[in-house]
Design a protein around this ligand. Structure first.
Ligand code: NAD
Length: 492
C-alpha cells in the first residue's frame, strides 16, 4: 500500500486506501503511485499541525534558530538538486534544464527567508508617555493551509513553506494531485534537518476533497492558495465562514507592450520567452503582445517565423526547446480556447496543432500566434495557460497603457522601449503587481510578487511575504500604574 501522506512526522496511506497513478505528460510513462487522500486525511493532518502549534516547540523556537534550520534546508536542496529536478520534470513534463533552474530558485528562497527570520525582532513604539512601554511583536499566525498548483509545483510551495516556517507556523501542504513527488521529497528534507513532527504535514489528493478542509476548518488560521481564479473564489468564500486569513495568487492576462523604439532583437527574443516558456503554463506568461502599429508587420512576421522553429520534446531531450502541456484535459481546454478565438475573428498565424509522430503519446501543443485580436474577444479576456500569444496594436502611449490595463487581472506586464522616461511613465500607469522594463519573467526572492485586481490578494516573497504569515501584536505596559479617577469613588 502506498504511504505517501506525511502526517505528524509519519508516512501514512490514505484512510480510504485509494491511490493515484502519476504519469509523465511527455509520454504517458508511469512515474509513481501515490495515496489519494480525502477529507479525513486532511482533518488528521490539520489536528497534527494544531497540536504542534499549540503545544509544540516550533512557534517558541527563537527566530534565528528557525532561520538557521531554513539555511540547512537550502543546503540540502542544493545537494539533492538533481534528484529533485528529475522528479519535477517527470511529474510536469518540463525540460530538465528548467527544473534545475527551479530547484536553484527554491534553495535561494529558503536562504532568503532563513536570513530574514532572525532579523525581525519587533518594533518599539513611542507612546508619547514616559510611563508607558509600547512594542509591536510579530507572532506566527498559527496553522497554515498551503495549496499549490502543478505548473511550478515545488517553487510555488516553497514560496509558502519557507516564510510560514520562518515565522514559526505549522502547516498542511496540499500540492496539485497531478504533481506530488517533489513535495514528498521536501518532507524528507525538512525531517532530516530537524523540523519537529507535526510542524510540516503533506496531504495529497483532489482539491474539493483533500484541499477543501484547509479553507473550511476552524482549526486552520490561514489559507494560502496559488491556482486558478475560479478555485480562488471557492476558497475565499469557504474561508469567509471562519474569517481566516486568506492569501491568493491567481492567474494573469499579462500584456507585453513593445514600442517601435524598442531594441528589436531583444524585444523579439523575449516576446517568445514571455509567451512560450514552459509552453505558456506560467501565471505571468506574456500571452498578450501589444505592439506599436508601425512595427506590427515586421515584428509579428519574425515572431511567427521563430515560433514555428520552436522544437517540442520530452524532459530529457536535449534538442527540445519546450515540453508538453500537463494533461489531456488541459490540452483540450487550450484547443477549444484557440478554436473559439478563431471563430471570433482572430487570425491563426501559426500553431494550433498537436504533437505528432514521436510526440503523439504526450500532450504537446504547438506554439501558436493569434493576430488581429480585439479587446473583448475571449482570447484577450481569458487566461489560456497554454503556448498561445495574441497580438494587438496601438498608436499612442495612452492607448498602450489603456490596452495594458484592459483586464480584470493584474499580475505582470512588460514594457519595451529605449526611451527611459517613457518606460517609467508607462510602468507607473500599468496596474500590475510586477512590471518588467526591457525584460520579461525575472523575479527575485527579495522582491514582492502578486497581483492587482482579480490576480489575487496579498503578496508572496520579499518582506511582505513573511508578514503574511505573522500577526502583529501590540503589547502596552504602564510602568507607573495610577488611579485614573474616570469613575469617581461614590457610595452606590
Ligand atoms: P487549480 O485552481 O485547478 O488548482 C490549484 C490547487 O488547488 C490544486 O492543488 C488543486 O487540487 C487545489 N484545489 C482545487 N479545488 C480546490 C478546492 N475546492 N479547495 C481547495 N483546494 C482546491 O489550478 P491549477 O490548474 O493547478 O493551476 C493553474 C492556475 O494557477 C492558473 O490559473 C495559473 O495562472 C495559476 N497560477 C498562479 C500563480 C501566481 O503566482 N499568481 C502561479 C502559478 C499558477
Amino acid at each position: 500500500m502506498s504511504q505517501t501522506l506525511f502526517i505528524d512526522g509519519r508516512w501514512e496511506a490514505a484512510k480510504s486506501g485509494a491511490v493515484r497513478e502519476i504519469r509523465c505528460p511527455a509520454d504517458g510513462a508511469l512515474v509513481g503511485v501515490v495515496s489519494e487522500g480525502g477529507r479525513d486525511d486532511t482533518e488528521r493532518a490539520i489536528q497534527a499541525a494544531r497540536r504542534a502549534f499549540d503545544d509544540g516547540p516550533w512557534p517558541r523556537t527563537p527566530a534565528p534558530e528557525r532561520g538557521d534550520l531554513l539555511l540547512r534546508v537550502a543546503a540540502a536542496l542544493r545537494e539533492r538538486s538533481e534528484e529533485f529536478a528529475r522528479a519535477e520534470s517527470l511529474d510536469t513534463g518540463k525540460r530538465i534544464v528548467e527544473s534545475r533552474i527551479d530547484m536553484s530558485d527554491i534553495a535561494n528562497c529558503f536562504d532568503y527567508y532563513g536570513k530574514l527570520a532572525g532579523l525581525e525582532a519587533g518594533r518599539l513604539v513611542d507612546a508619547g508617555d514616559a510611563s508607558v512601554v509600547s512594542r509591536i511583536a510579530y507572532e506566527p499566525v498559527g496553522v497554515c493551509g498551503l495549496i499549490s498548483p502543478w505548473n511550478y509545483p515545488l517553487l510555488q510551495a516553497a514560496w509558502k513553506v519557507a516564510p510560514a516556517l520562518a515565522a514559526g507556523n505549522t502547516f498542511v501542504l496540499k500540492p496539485s494531485e497531478l504533481t506530488p513527488h517533489t513535495a514528498m521529497l521536501l518532507m524528507e528534507v525538512l525531517t532530516d534537518v530537524g523540523v519537529p513532527a507535526g510542524v510540516a504535514n503533506l496531504v495529497l489528493g483532489p482539491g474539493p476533497e483533500a484541499g477543501a478542509p484547509l479553507s473550511e476548518s476552524p482549526d486552520v488560521d490561514l489559507v494560502s492558495f496559488t491556482g486558478g481564479l475560479h478555485t480562488g473564489r471557492v476558497i475565499a468564500a469557504a474561508a469567509a465562514s471562519t474569517v481566516k486569513k486568506v492569501a491568493l495568487e491567481l492567474g494573469g492576462k499579462n500584456p507585453n507592450v513593445v514600442f517601435a523604439d524598442a531594441e528589436f532583437d531583444a524585444a523579439l527574443d523575449n516576446a517568445l520567452n514571455a509567451a512560450f516558456v514552459h509552453s505558456g503554463q506560467v501565471c505571468s506568461a506574456g500571452a498578450r503582445l501589444v505592439v506599436e502599429e508601425s512595427i506590427h508587420d515586421v515584428f509579428v512576421d519574425e515572431l511567427v517565423r521563430r515560433a514555428k522553429g520552436i522544437r517540442m520534446g520530452g524532459p530529457f531531450d536535449d534538442s527540445a526547446d519546450t515540453g508538453p502541456l500537463i494533461s489531456a484535459a488541459h490540452r483540450d481546454k487550450v484547443t477549444e480556447y484557440v478554436r473559439r478565438g478563431v471563430e471570433e475573428g482572430a487570425i491563426l498565424r501559426c500553431g494550433g496543432t498537436w504533437g505528432e509522430g514521436d510526440l503523439a503519446d504526450g500532450f504537446y501543443y504547438a506554439p501558436t500566434v493569434l493576430d488581429g485580436v480585439r479587446s473583448g474577444m475571449s482570447v484577450v479576456v481569458d487566461e489560456g495557460f497554454g503556448p498561445v500569444v495574441t497580438v494587438e496594436t496601438f498608436t499612442t502611449e495612452d492607448e498602450a497603457v489603456r490596452i495594458g490595463n484592459d483586464t480584470r487581472y493584474g499580475l505582470a506586464a512588460g514594457v519595451w522601449t529605449q526611451d527611459a522616461g517613457k518606460a517609467q511613465r508607462v510602468a507607473q500607469r500599468l496596474r500590475h503587481g510586477t512590471v518588467w522594463i526591457n525584460d520579461f519573467h525575472p523575479y527575485l526572492p527579495q522582491a514582492e510578487w502578486g497581483g492587482f485586481g482579480e490576480s489575487g490578494i496579498g503578496r508572496e516573497l520579499g518582506p511582505t511575504g513573511l508578514a503574511e504569515y505573522q500577526e502583529a501584536k501590540h503589547i502596552y505596559q504602564n510602568i507607573k500604574p495610577q488611579v485614573t479617577g474616570w469613575f469617581p469613588d461614590r457610595e452606590g
